[in-house]
Design a protein around this ligand. Structure first.
Ligand SMILES: C[S@@+](CC[C@H](N)C(=O)[O-])C[C@H]1O[C@@H](n2cnc3c(N)ncnc32)[C@H](O)[C@@H]1O
Length: 326
């Protein structure tokens, strides 16, 4: 079996720079998918002029954003700065959304620091024209946790809308079977158990999602080199519920390209951006790799396997620094 991992690219600027030459787009460029007309732009979420070049007159049914918090850009900064920046891309997103459309935002809450930037962020959204709809929590268990606090296994997902967008109720069922029966309702003089009355044999996800596995290295969808991948199942659920085939889905923070891949699988069109050419390239390769092999990620290898094998300098670097043999 293959075993060609790479470390987190964001933490190693030398590796990052050595991989840059393999990226087909650089800052300001937009890649257009010939087959299904998806677009990947190496753009800044806060640069409206550049975003307009990508969108033209197209508008999205669904915006699904996963901004960086507690990462490179905001490591030292406080919540106010993050939220001021976020106001920029939220306003930009709205510019490219239909009058009836949905907005989902993944957001962390730092429990060691007044749960920031959560409160600041939702207050900011009050004045943007979006209507709050739900506050989803995804169970995000990674392994063993602290012995001195509640293990942190939650990931927040905010759901807002403009106008009156679709909500496809048949897509909200999990794959968890209903096992508990109960006679808690009499219908037309007859006691029926809840399984008989319900539409499905599976439980509904509601706004606490307990059926989704956090991405880790043994999963087919794992993308080595990335560090903030969202589970495909979660992204697919959002796309399924809040858009239809052929609709435009947008994501300003592509990273490993999960929204792009989920859009391809569910036959939506996706426009996605990332400020870093490396993550644009990874997103494009993830789509291409899926089309060529059916794989959802690179479980035992990485998006740059071939280039690394053919580059003496890269091989030497990975061997010396990380004891990785190619
Ligand atoms: C949390 S990750 C997104 C993860 C993604 N949902 C996935 O499943 O892979 C955030 C990404 O935003 C990108 N980013 C940071 N600032 C940006 C900006 N101003 N415009 C566009 N992308 C940005 C980072 O390079 C990083 O790849």
């Amino acid at each position: 079996m293959k075993n060609y991992p790479i470390p987190r690219i964001d933490r190693d600027s030398k590796l990052h720079d050595m991989l840059l030459k393999y990226c087909r787009i650089s800052y300001g460029d937009i890649w257009i998918d010939k087959k299904n007309k998806h677009k990947v732009g190496c753009l800044d979420s806060n640069n409206l002029i550049d975003l307009k070049k990508m969108f033209g007159h197209k508008k999205a049914t669904l915006a699904l954003h996963d901004p960086p918090y507690n990462m490179v850009a905001f490591q030292e900064s406080d919540a106010d700065e993050f939220v001021e920046w976020s106001k920029g891309w939220i306003d930009n997103s709205k510019m490219f959304m239909q009058k009836d459309s949905s907005l989902y935002v993944w957001l962390g809450a730092d429990q060691k620091n007044h749960f920031q930037p959560f409160a600041e962020f939702i207050l900011m959204l009050k004045n943007t024209g979006f209507k709050s709809r739900s506050f989803i929590t995804m169970r995000n268990q990674r392994g063993y946790g602290t012995q001195q606090n509640w293990m942190s296994i939650r990931q927040e997902l905010l759901y807002y809308t403009l106008g009156n967008p679709e909500f496809n109720i048949e897509s909200v069922y999990t794959d968890i079977p209903k096992v508990v029966k109960g006679y808690y309702k009499e219908v037309a003089g007859k006691k029926t158990e809840n399984l008989e009355r319900s539409k499905s044999d599976n439980i509904r996800s509601g706004n606490v999602w307990i059926d989704i596995q956090q991405v880790f290295h043994l999963l087919d969808e794992n993308v080595n080199g990335c560090f903030a991948q969202k589970p495909l199942k979660a992204i697919k659920r959002v796309i399924d519920v809040s858009s239809s085939k052929g609709d435009l889905v947008i994501d300003f923070f592509a990273h490993s390209g999960t929204t792009l891949l989920a859009s391809e699988i569910l036959e939506r069109q996706c426009y996605t951006t990332d400020i870093d050419p490396i993550y644009c390239e990874i997103s494009i390769r993830r789509l291409e790799n899926f089309r060529n092999t059916g794989n959802l990620g690179w479980q035992n290898t990485n998006p740059f396997e071939e280039e690394i094998k053919n580059n003496k300098e890269l091989r030497k670097y990975l061997k010396e620094k990380y004891s990785l043999e190619y």
